[in-house]
Design a protein around this ligand. Sequence first.
Ligand SMILES: [Fe+2]
Length: 157
Amino acid sequence: MAGTDIFQLLEKDHREVEQLFQRILSSRGEQTTGMGSPMALMNQLAHMLKAHMAAEERTLYASLMDNSKTREIVNESRKEHEEARGLINEVAASQSNVLISRVEVLQQAIQHHVQEEEGRLFREARQVIDQQMASQIGSRFEQEKSREMGMGGTART
Ligand SMILES: [Fe+2]
């Protein structure tokens, strides 16, 4: 989307992720296999989360690493991404009887990360990134993310 900055794009993804978590958690008790099953929805979410995190690290986080004012918060955020990847892999390897409880653990970790990001990280980032840069980082984020989305996993049309 032209004229959309990195902050708006990340917020849009965050809302999408929250909705997908809701769908997965409200599908508990429904059929356990096939499309629309908790596991199928979770695979979709895992693929999207991984693409989002990789693209974010290569664009916004990389820019913020260059600045001593934002380096610390970015290092914390990267650690949270690592933890999230670990939890995503655990969820993906889950039997259906423990799937929902692990999804809930992942949801809480992501929720915490999103709050930190939209709060402190965005606030600090806006002090070192001007609007023009925020738009440029936004376009690069979109390119990186669609490239990641096209690689492996459950590509959707
Ligand atoms: Fe993030």
